[in-house]
Design a protein around this ligand. Structure first.
Ligand SMILES: Nc1ncnc2c1ncn2[C@@H]1O[C@H](COP(=O)(O)OP(=O)(O)OP(=O)(O)O)[C@@H](O)[C@H]1O
Ligand SMILES: [Mg+2]
Length: 328
């Protein structure tokens, strides 16, 4: 059995300018705008939702299959992911476009000038899942994260047609997509993931009530930030799982992806939704405590100790036989 993780693969290039952009702008010359800022700092971070989720799964000892499109420049990133147990053999490499890139400069007043280049990501619509399944075996799950919208639709459609169980994780694309895109992305999903804000976007844009969404998906997992996560199923009481108290809040970018990685890992170990949410929260808190989305390291003993402190020894007993971290 295999775990396919489809979605964006990207890098973030973050720069900081010690002055203020506003001091360099001549308001009545904006039609001839040409400015260059001498920045102090460049940080390149690995990201993209599918890559982040795969990184988390690899860290827990699974071997997820990354499904997405990149450019020729992916070589170094590929090596990094492979070192973390990610199967990158089915990643589509564009012949003409670079890997998606977010380029952002902040100034000292927190003003921001940024661009997102989707690049090779638009070729994810050319990826067929069947040849990947032929190579790695029938999927336990296919998770379909934010990506080129046409690619997301194609993967979802193929899952429905071939009977692959799929998990819908449209996240950021909910802000851009309309109801006609969102409805087919979530209808029939085993699990729908969103945060609370996205949950309102879903009901608003699809025109479906909460009950109607629940009638179309098996389970709706709604993350609540530091308040943890709520699991909803049609006709059942909601289950709420508390988050893991953070030791230090450094930067929360990527928490959602880490949560999904933990959740999926527990599911593929055959555990129930409550345990899955606990493992998700455990992995997510590691991201809160680091700068960057793929910078955390899990030590098995510390991870299990933290698990015991928050969720008790029974949770540890359920995770321990499966957990294979990179560090002891
Ligand atoms: N400050 C925090 N301390 C501990 N755990 C946190 C904190 N913030 C988030 N988490 C964990 O991460 C999970 C996902 O968080 P959240 O609901 O903010 O996701 P999100 O809005 O999709 O985030 P993003 O898209 O920015 O990654 C939560 O369910 C919780 O377990
Ligand atoms: Mg999110």
């Amino acid at each position: 059995m295999s775990l396919l993780v489809a979605g964006s693969i990207a890098t973030d290039h973050l720069m900081s300018f010690p002055g203020r952009f506003a001091d360099s702008l001549v308001v009545d010359q904006l039609d001839k705008l040409s400015v260059s800022f001498l920045v102090e700092d460049l940080e390149v971070r690995r990201g993209g939702c599918a890559a982040n989720i795969c990184f988390g799964l690899g860290n827990l000892g699974l071997r997820p299959v990354l499904v997405g499109a990149v450019g020729e420049d992916f070589a170094e990133y590929r090596a990094w992911l492979e070192r973390h147990n990610v199967d990158c053999d089915s990643v589509h490499v564009s012949e003409t476009r670079h890997t998606a890139r977010f380029v952002c400069t902040n100034d000292s007043a927190h003003a921001q000038i940024a661009s997102f280049y989707a690049g090779a990501m638009s070729e994810s619509r050319e990826i067929e899942l069947k040849p990947i399944v032929d190579r790695v075996g029938a999927p336990d799950f296919v998770i379909i994260g934010p990506d080129d919208p046409q690619g997301m639709l194609r993967h979802t459609e193929e899952c429905r047609q071939r009977g692959y169980p799929f998990l819908a994780d449209p996240s950021q694309q909910l802000a851009f997509g309309d109801g006609d895109l969102i409805r087919p992305l979530i209808d029939g999903a085993e699990i729908l993931f969103s945060n609370e804000y996205e949950a309102s976007l879903i009901t608003q844009k699809t025109g479906w009530s909460v009950e109607e969404v629940l009638s179309r998906v098996g389970t709706w997992v709604v993350t609540l930030g530091p308040a943890g996560v709520r699991i909803d199923r049609a006709g059942e009481e909601s289950v709420v799982v508390a988050a893991v108290p953070e030791i230090e809040k450094v930067e929360p970018t990527g928490v959602g992806d880490a949560f999904r990685a933990g959740f999926l890992a527990a599911l593929s170990w055959g555990l129930g939704h409550e345990r899955a949410a606990q493992l998700g929260c455990l992995l997510a808190v590691y991201v809160v405590e680091q700068v960057g989305t793929q910078e955390y390291e899990i030590s098995r003993s510390a991870f299990l100790a933290r698990c015991a402190a928050t969720y008790g020894d029974e949770a540890v007993a359920d995770f321990e036989p499966h957990l294979q971290t990179i560090r002891p």
